[in-house]
Ligand binder design. Structure first.
Ligand SMILES: C[S@@+](CC[C@H](N)C(=O)[O-])C[C@H]1O[C@@H](n2cnc3c(N)ncnc32)[C@H](O)[C@@H]1O
Length: 408
């Protein structure tokens, strides 16, 4: 089984972090217990034809040490490239030929839930905003055509390497170095950078991302920048063997969102990323918003604000008209054990002219009236999902996701 180097270790949480924790559902003791829980390692096996015995042999582990993650099986049933296994720390992933061929891919199990919930069709074109270093992008590229956007060149370069390692270049239309809050097919495109003449010839066969108006993608994944307190693996890295925060400075550097002022900025960034993602979504398309933070302010509150406000700006005809949206129903103390199926819950709409109690442009209201819908609508197929397991279980919560559909 996985080596358990976290269990029993103590973590001397710094003051700034303790203060941050007050914005999450976890007390210091509970979070500390999470950090102490056994470290887990997962891989996605992309080739569905590989047997357990072959995978075990190639990763140099005993076949009994290879455990398929039960709650991701539902996604793998529909998309066989999304099989996820828990593996022991000792597994020789990088030394394996499966790694070289791109058939094995280190993941957080919960990343699969975001992709599985988006559930693209092979003919879909999906946009991932905040796509680097490419874990979910590669999952998506196994299923459909993908375009990725990220603001960090170094991370985007890693994403490009992953795409190449997995031989997915033909499914990735572009990797754009740009600000996801305002991206419109502009910025620097990294997939076509440094191509050989032969590559370039092949690239020409792929349609370029055209300069486009909104409303182009069948699906959008907004994997927003966040405080990543849900990514325990990353947090643990900042403590030394004795659990001391000798790297306190670097923890704060690495988590610039600890202070309250920065948290407000972060929530605004997340809100804007979500709004832009929604603008780029086709009618009938699906959007997943997810983070690796436990904080409600970075999840439910961003969604709540989006549902109430997004698109209601002056002159924007693509209103999200859902003034009657319910607050996410899930109380944070009742983290769901595993994914709940979409409920098909439909957000009640108000007439466009009364939207948010503000006057709206007459022409927009008239268009909305003719469509009989109060403008563009959002159907929240599930108000707020806690993806993963409750915190007492092994595959525990890391990502929170919300599925939003744009319906005509
Ligand atoms: C949680 S990580 C994304 C992980 C990635 N989706 C994956 O599955 O590998 C968040 C990413 O957001 C990016 N980011 C932060 N601000 C951004 C912005 N304004 N526009 C686009 N990307 C941004 C960061 O560079 C970082 O790579």
């Amino acid at each position: 089984m996985a080596q358990d180097d976290s269990a029993g270790r103590s973590f001397d949480l710094p003051e700034a972090f303790l203060d941050y924790l007050t914005s999450t559902p976890y007390s210091a003791e509970e979070y500390h217990a999470l950090l102490q829980s056994p470290e887990e390692r997962y891989v996605r096996i992309r080739d569905p034809t590989l047997s357990l015995a072959t995978i075990a042999q190639r990763l140099q582990v005993d076949v009994t040490e290879l455990v398929e993650v039960s709650w991701t099986k539902r996604f793998a049933q529909r998309h066989p490239t999304l099989r996820v296994f828990r593996i022991p720390e000792t597994a020789a992933v990088r030394q394996s030929d499966l790694y070289d061929s791109g058939d094995v891919f280190g993941v957080d199990a919960s990343s699969i839930a975001c992709v599985g919930a988006l559930d693209p069709e092979p003919c879909d074109h999906v946009l991932e905003i905040c796509c680097a270093p490419g874990t979910k992008l590669c999952c998506l590229a196994d299923l459909c055509t993908v375009t990725g956007v990220d603001i960090n060149r170094q991370r985007l370069t890693v994403a490009r390497s992953q795409v190449k390692r997995c031989k997915l270049s033909n499914s990735v239309k572009g990797l754009w170095l740009a600000d996801g809050r305002s991206w419109a097919g502009d910025g620097q495109e990294l997939m076509s950078e440094g191509l050989t003449p032969r590559d370039r010839k092949q690239t020409r066969k792929r349609p370029k991302v055209e300069a486009f108006a909104p409303d182009v993608f069948d699906g959008v994944l907004v994997d927003a920048e966040c405080a990543h307190d849900g990514s325990l693996k990353h947090i643990r890295k900042f403590f030394d063997e004795r659990g001391k925060t000798s790297k306190l400075q670097s923890l704060e550097e690495h988590m610039p969102w600890l202070s309250e002022a920065k948290r407000t900025e972060l929530a605004q960034l997340q809100f804007e990323l979500l709004c832009r993602g929604f603008q780029l979504l086709k009618e009938g398309g699906k959007l997943i918003y997810c983070t690796c933070s436990f904080s409600e302010a970075q999840n439910e509150e961003v969604i709540r604000r989006f549902l109430v406000n997004a698109g209601a700006g002056a002159g924007d005809e693509r209103h999200v008209d859902c003034a009657g949206a319910e607050a996410p129903a899930k109380p944070r103390s009742a983290v769901s054990p595993g994914l709940r199926p979409p409920t098909g819950h439909r957000v009640p709409l108000r007439p466009a002219a009364q939207r948010h109690g503000r006057p709206v442009h007459r022409a927009a209201a008239e268009r909305a009236r003719r469509r009989g819908s109060g403008g563009g609508m959002v159907r929240r197929t599930d108000s707020s999902w806690w993806m993963g397991r409750n915190k007492t279980q092994r595959e525990r919560l890391i990502l929170v996701g919300t599925l939003i559909s744009r319906i005509p």
